[in-house]
Structures are given as C-alpha cells and as structure tokens.
Ligand binder design. Structure first.
Ligand SMILES: *Cc1c(COP(=O)(O)O)cnc(C)c1O
Ligand SMILES: [Zn+2]
Length: 402
C-alpha cells in the first residue's frame, strides 16, 4: 500500500493559539484549560521539510492525507478516508468576464464525500479520535458537518451523536440516518445544538467535535491551503474569497500558509483573505467594520445558506486577526444575491454551487464594484459544497433564471 510508505507525521504537541500554553497530543484535548481558546497541532517542521516537497508529492495517494508529514495521525492504520480532498481548481473565464476579473478560479469542494468540504475536517477529527481510542463523539452542526461526521464515524466504527436545527437541510438529516448516526433536532440554531451536545459530553463522556473546540478538524481544513499551493506549482493566489461561518476553513488555510512559510516552501507574501457572510447573519462583518477584536453574537440569524448561519463563531478573534493581517476584508450579501449567484454559477460554468459557495461570487461582485479588490490578480472563490444538498432552493434558482 502506498499509504504505509509515506513519511511519518511529525506531530509533536498541541499549543493554545492565544496564550501559547502547551498540551500533550497523545491524549484527547479540547480547548486551552488556562484561557479557554482553541488549541493548534504543532509539528517538527524542520523534519517535515526534508520530504514535503512539490516533486515528492507527485506519486502520493490522491487524498488530503498525501500531506502526511503535517497531518496529525501518527499511525496511518488509523486514517479514516473516503477519498476527501484533492478537489479541482477550475478556471472560470466566463464568470470572470461577467465580473470584469481577468484571472478567476473556483476551488470546487462539491466532489468531496458527503458533498462538502466538511469531509476534510471530519476525516481528520474522526481519524485522530480513533487513534486516541475514542468510541463516541458529539457534533453540533448546521447540517453538513453532521452528515460528514456520521459517514466517517460509520467507517471508523465510532458512535456519532449529531445535533442540528430542526430547519436544517432535509438532505443532511437523511444522510445522518443513512449512516447510522444518532440525530437530535433542536428548535433554534447551531448555537442551541451546541448546548445540547455539551450535555451529552458532560453526562456520557462523548468527545466534543464542535468547531475549534477540538484541535483536529482544522488540520483537515488546512489541506485546502496545501492543495492551492500544490495545484499552483508552489504559488498562492493573491485573493481568497471564502464563505465564513465558524471560520475553520479560513483559520486552517492561514495555518497551512504559516507552516509552508516556516518550511521555506513559500515566501512572505500571503493571499488577501476575504470572508463572505449573509446579511441575515454577519457578526464578523459587523465586528471588522467596527474595529472590534471580538464579534458580538448576531440576533435572529437567518439566511438560505445554513453553513454560514453561525451567530456566534467560537474563534471570532482568530478570524478577525487573519482578515486584518492579510489586508483582507469581510462583506455581507443578501439571500437574493446568493440565489442569483447559484443560477449564474450553474448557467455560465456548469458548476452546481451550494448557497454558501454562491455567496462568494456575490461578495466578489460587490468588492469589485467598490474597488476593494484588484480585478487583475488571481482570485480564488471557494465553492464549499454541492447544490445537490439543497433541493429546497431549486425552485427559487429556476425563478431567478427566468
Ligand atoms: C460549514 C460550512 C461553511 C462555513 O465553514 P467554516 O469554515 O466553518 O467557516 C461554508 N460552506 C458550507 C457548505 C458549510 O457546510
Ligand atoms: Zn490559552
């Protein structure tokens, strides 16, 4: 097997992203016990750089686990994979022309197992949980993380307890059931699902896989950054436009760029990181515009894009810091713009975008109109999932096309 010939993981320990406190990676960990903030996996990057080179990657397995040196599972036998990652970076010249952008691409995550990039995070988290001997996990979700968690848990032989809002996409509930996950529906939002999961964690000892309250989902998400680097032959785009809910993707990619720079595989230049949110739930946009370091919870969150209906992202401070240091920004778009962008993706490029992914197109259009993004650099939009998850939006998209 190819997998077993990969150079080993160089994971050394965990470290608090805020106060720097160190933690043992050989035991299950959640958040920093000193300050309550997220923990990051740390690697021996001097060791990793000896083998993690562009030319050495060519013959490796076609999944995100090809970056094994900087992945958190020590024994490859515990890797739980369904073929996640290595998604296409598609040039979209027709969309680019419509927007007046000369070099526009889409990183299309719709082909991932269970149809969204959530597969990356859950493959990493469930694999590490399996290695640590965990047999039950709890996951609060807006929908997509629940279906991915249930799938990887099934493959690992782990029990998954999923909590999601009663109005989450029906497809994601059906998937959880199909994969044998235990599903609880809550009246409310992902934050309310989180409260229910916390009860199970306390009473039954499940491992809490909430976004960034567990250190390894972000390790899966960071592979989107490694893939961009590999797909662009060692370069990065100038601008990344990302639909931001809990922020794991943004934080993960930024971590990948930090690691690549420490390994000498990229220089100091970084993409501008741009967060797109919905007008009905835009805590990060509001905080950035007000110059605040933390984001206040958004009241009455509502949007057709459930993955970005996150009223109180746990890692708000990390997201805001990345937007600022990358010279990026944040922008909110309306549900009508999101529906219109779904139609546009489909009609002009054959890409069946999820509403969250479509939001990036709508967001970019606004930023180009305001002159906040340079139209003549390489801009990458993230389509984080497939439109197949959202049959309930098809009629709206059709109306938009007429
Ligand atoms: C969860 C989700 C998002 C938001 O992702 P974060 O990285 O947590 O901000 C965006 N799009 C889809 C389809 C999602 O499921
Ligand atoms: Zn800390």
């Amino acid at each position: 097997m190819r997998m077993s010939r990969l150079p080993p993981s160089t994971l050394t320990h965990l470290q608090c992203a805020s106060c720097g406190e160190l933690y043992n990676a050989a035991a299950p960990q959640t958040v920093c016990t000193e300050c309550g903030r997220p923990l990051f996996a740390r690697y021996d990057l001097q060791q990793a750089r000896r083998t993690l080179r562009l030319d050495a990657l060519a013959g490796r397995a076609w999944t995100m686990w090809r970056y094994q040196e900087v992945m958190p599972v020590l024994d490859p036998a515990f890797i739980v994979t369904l073929g996640e990652g290595m998604t296409p970076l598609l040039p979209v010249p027709r969309l680019g022309e419509a927007l007046g952008a000369t070099h526009l691409s889409v990183k299309d995550e719709g082909g991932n197992p269970t149809g969204t990039f959530k597969a990356r995070g859950l493959s990493a988290a469930i694999s590490k949980a399996a290695e640590l001997g965990i047999d039950e996990v709890g996951v609060p979700t807006a929908g997509n993380a629940g279906s991915a968690a249930a799938a990887y848990a099934a493959r690992a032989g782990i029990r998954a307890h999923i909590a999601m809002p009663r109005d989450a996409p029906r497809t994601t509930m059906d998937e959880v059931h199909a994969f044998g996950g235990e599903l609880a529906l809550v009246d409310g939002l992902i934050s309310d699902a989180g409260k229910l999961t916390a009860v199970g964690v306390r009473e039954h000892g499940w491992l809490d896989l909430s976004t960034l309250k567990e250190p390894y989902r972000v390790e899966g998400k960071k592979t989107m950054g490694y893939e961009l680097w590999e797909q662009l032959g060692g370069d990065l785009p100038e601008v990344i436009v990302y639909p931001t809910g809990g922020g794991t993707g943004l934080i993960g990619m930024w971590k990948a760029f930090d690691e690549l720079q420490q390994m000498g595989l990229i220089g100091r230049e970084r993409p501008q990181m741009i967060a797109v949110q919905a007008e009905g739930c835009a805590p990060i946009v509001r905080a950035l515009e007000a110059g605040e370091e933390r984001a206040r919870p958004w009241e009455g969150a509502s949007t057709v894009a459930p993955g970005i209906r996150v009223p109180a992202p746990f890692a708000d401070d990390l997201i805001l810091r990345i937007l600022r240091v990358s010279n990026g920004t944040a922008v909110a778009v309306s549900d009508d713009e999101i529906i219109g962008a779904m139609a546009e993706f489909a009609e002009s490029e054959g890409i069946d975008a999820c509403p969250e992914g479509a939001a990036t197109l709508a967001g970019l259009r606004r930023l180009l109109a305001d002159g906040r993004v340079n139209p003549n650099v390489h801009i990458v939009l993230f389509n984080t999932g497939t439109g197949l998850k959202h049959p309930e939006l098809r009629a709206l998209v059709r109306e938009d096309m007429d």
